[in-house]
Design a binder for this molecule. Structure first.
Ligand code: PHE
Length: 347
């Protein structure tokens, strides 16, 4: 009643002899190339032995095809597993590891480096930590009140312009400096306060050799009874000596809405010792920070009694500091993640 010309018994025998030959051939392949050839012989989709066997399934009695197909698949899986196991053993990594070729050079291991900006930050934090400062952090998405209003910016100050500040909505900005964390810290803690505030800030600047739209700042804040400008000067001068090995520092009058009086601090250029060079743009000095006595209205905004307490604050850019320290001419190099650049800073 059928034109079948192959019995299930014969087919099973064919499968068994296929497996008995194919599996040891896989395991015995001496190289990846040899393994490829063995694979083509037994498992090749076009002319392989397994392909011939699958064609034979059609010559079986219909009633036998289910059992035959199941046996066929089990054998196929076992032979494929033997192939994969051998492929893993022969993979190049494995060959090097097992000294298949002892003349092969050892793989070079890459050691990570701390990013130069992070190195600068770590050192700054360490110096202030020794002076009793702790770390405070705040959000990068701020309200305009924390970023500007509480810091005594007048309502029409140009910094608040869409041109300079990235607004997320009418009441959310990407903070343009770390100073809003002064206010948050004063709200959260009672004086005496000595904190260092590292973090990223954002400005609507074009990404060019001297501007990045996102960059790091470190803020410092000290508030207590009886704090004067002398504390500011002494502490920042100590920092400059420690950090830059600065032989000379100077303070220049400046202006920030949230400090009064305000001053910028320069250190004598360590590259030319003040005679003028490319790093200090021929001025002999390098500007390192902005600072000043905390404006009484900032203290009041944060709910601190400005009759009782006074304080000082400063803001610094570790990116610019890293550039000055290493003579890096273009700020974009700091953000390119180019390993050839970064690997120079491995310690
Ligand atoms: N926030 C100022 C800036 O971004 C820096 C600063 C901080 C100045 C604290 C004085 C006091 O330029």
């Amino acid at each position: 009643m059928t034109d079948a010309n192959l019995t299930l018994h014969d087919f099973t025998a064919l499968l068994a002899s296929f497996e008995a030959e194919a599996a040891p051939a896989m395991t015995g392949a001496a190289s990846a190339d040899a393994l490829d050839a063995v694979r083509a012989t037994y498992l090749g989709r076009a002319h392989g032995w397994l392909k011939d066997l699958s064609a034979k399934l059609g010559q079986l009695e219909k009633a036998d095809r289910g059992a035959a197909g199941k046996a066929f698949n089990e054998v196929r899986l076992r032979v494929e597993a033997a192939l994969e196991a051998r492929r893993t053993e022969l993979s190049p990594r494995r060959e090097a590891g097992t000294l298949a070729d002892p003349s092969m050079p050892a793989r070079r291991s890459w050691v990570g480096a701390v990013h130069p900006v992070s190195q600068v930050l770590d050192e700054m934090i360490e110096i202030f930590r020794e002076l009793g400062f702790t770390i405070a952090l705040g959000p990068e998405v701020e309200t305009p009140w924390y970023n500007f209003g509480a810091l005594n910016f007048p309502p029409d100050h140009p910094a608040m312009d869409l041109h300079d500040t990235l607004y997320i909505s009418d009441d959310a900005v990407l903070r343009t400096h770390t100073s809003p964390v002064q206010v948050r810290t004063l709200q959260a803690w009672a004086p005496p306060i000595r904190v260092l505030i590292p973090g990223n800030v954002h400005r609507r600047d074009p990404f060019d050799a001297s501007h990045a739209p996102t960059f790091a700042q470190v803020e410092g804040l000290v508030v207590d009874e009886g704090i004067t400008f002398a504390d500011l000067k002494a502490t920042l001068t100590h920092f400059a000596k420690r950090f830059f090995g600065a032989t000379k520092t100077r303070f220049r009058p400046s202006y920030f809405p949230f400090t009064e009086p305000s001053a910028e601090m320069d250190v004598l250029c360590g590259v030319c010792d003040g005679s003028g060079c490319g790093v200090c743009k021929q001025s002999g000095w390098i500007e390192i920070l902005g600072s000043g006595l905390v404006h009484p209205s900032v203290l009041e905004s944060a709910g601190v009694d400005s009759e009782k307490y006074t304080g000082w604050a400063f803001g610094m850019g570790p990116g610019r500091t890293a550039m000055a320290r290493h003579g890096i001419p273009d700020i974009r190099i700091l953000y390119d993640s180019d390993v050839r650049f970064l690997s120079q800073f491995a310690r």
